[in-house]
Design a protein around this ligand. Structure first.
Ligand code: 5GP
Length: 121
């Protein structure tokens, strides 16, 4: 899937729409989700143009990948959920129910996440 730079996170990265920033590094931006599902719900995104986890892992540099995952961990520690626990979610594509086609990791915590997935009917 080709990257579409009209997506909402690309607009956030270009500064065209505001975000509630949690932290920023050389290659990564973390900000609060606009519709939090738990008390802590942070989105971590690479600054580069990657659609999904598989796209990111295939094309990003080692520096971008290391920076991204260090930021995910730092967000969990900084927001105080490293001890109590948290869930990482990265939806990809249609079956993954990805709504924004710019790779992102949800860091969700502060309350029990519940079962991983509902069973299919
Ligand atoms: P996905 O379904 O693609 O994994 O998740 C997209 C996430 O982006 C959703 O949790 C949604 O609430 C969040 N989101 C959508 N638009 C915006 C926005 O403009 N700002 C922020 N901060 N989050 C957004």
């Amino acid at each position: 899937m080709a990257y579409d730079d009209s997506n909402i996170f690309a607009k956030i990265l270009r500064g065209e729409i505001p975000n509630d920033m949690v932290m920023e590094t050389e290659h990564t931006l973390a900000f609060n989700d606009i519709a939090p599902q738990r008390p802590v719900h942070v989105l971590v995104i690479p600054k580069g143009a990657y659609v999904s986890s598989d796209d990111f892992s295939a094309r990003a540099s080692d520096a971008e990948i290391a920076d991204f995952f260090r930021t995910v961990g730092e967000v969990a520690r900084q927001r105080g959920v490293a001890e109590s626990g948290y869930r990482l979610i990265s939806n990809a594509g249609e079956d993954g129910h990805q709504e924004v086609p710019h790779f992102h990791m949800h860091v969700i915590g502060g309350a029990p996440a519940g079962p991983m997935l509902k069973k299919q009917d």
